[in-house]
Design a protein around this ligand. Structure first.
Ligand code: ZN
Length: 243
């Protein structure tokens, strides 16, 4: 799984300084826009990654639910009844203006939902195209975003990732099945690694990290109990998905 950084929803809110109530947010707080997306089976919209190009294809959003309306049966609106642009409309207009060289591509921060309460910071993207396509007898918006060359926001969300990168922790957790590799204990676990902090995180891979209980742990360690509870959720979600 190629995620850059795992982040909880409350971390997103703190970082963006706004409660994100919906998936599409055209410049609600900053000089960039924010979208929430997911490729999970149960996700409400059909978002997808194009692995060859890194392009995110993002589906526009339905009309709000209200009595007597089946949003999944209706065209996705570009305007409200009163004629104002919807979020679909704002993103669509920005993409159209970019294509006719009236502006630079809209910068969009992307967060991907991995599991309940577990999100991935995908960094910044540029909105480069938008289409309206027919899908099951109704019209839906498809937006196309390419990875931005803008520098990835560098401050860590979780101090515990300083020593061992989260993807490595997930891999080790899965490989060692969430228990001490020496005695099998599941209590008071630590990540033990043989790379000094001073060598930096990049030299730390799953090969030199293992799970040990407090009894078998050596001095260099990263206590698992210091994790936010969502880490266990993430790890078990990945374990159950990949066996
Ligand atoms: Zn042990």
């Amino acid at each position: 799984m190629a995620y850059k950084s795992i982040i909880s929803y409350s971390d997103i809110v703190r970082r963006e300084d706004i409660m994100l109530q919906r998936g599409m947010n055209f410049r609600i707080q900053h000089r960039y826009s924010i979208i929430l997306m997911s490729v999970r089976k149960e996700a409400p919209y059909k978002d997808r990654w194009h692995p060859d190009t890194g392009i995110l294809e993002y589906e526009g959003h339905d009309e709000p639910k209200r009595t007597g309306i089946k949003p999944k049966k209706k065209d996705q609106p570009l305007k409200t009844a009163s004629g104002r642009l919807t979020e679909n409309g704002k993103f669509f207009e920005a993409a159209a203006d970019y294509k006719t060289k009236k502006r630079k591509p809209e910068l969009v921060q992307v967060y991907e939902k991995i599991s309940v309460g577990v999100w991935c910071d995908r960094g910044k993207y540029e909105l480069i195209d938008a289409k309206i396509v027919s899908d099951g007898g109704r019209k839906v918006c498809r937006f196309f975003l390419r990875p931005s060359k803008a520098p990835f926001r560098s401050e860590p969300f979780l101090k515990v990732t300083r020593a061992i990168p989260t993807p490595v922790k997930v891999e080790v957790w899965k490989r060692d099945q969430g228990k001490c590799v020496i005695c099998g204990s599941k209590d008071n676990l630590h990540f033990d690694h043989d790379v000094p902090y001073s060598k930096g995180g990049s030299s730390i891979t799953a090969k030199n990290v293992r799970i040990l209980c407090a009894r078998h742990n050596l001095s260099k360690s990263d206590k698992i109990m210091s994790f936010a509870p969502w880490f266990a959720t993430l790890a078990s979600a990945i374990i159950s998905k990949t066996g």
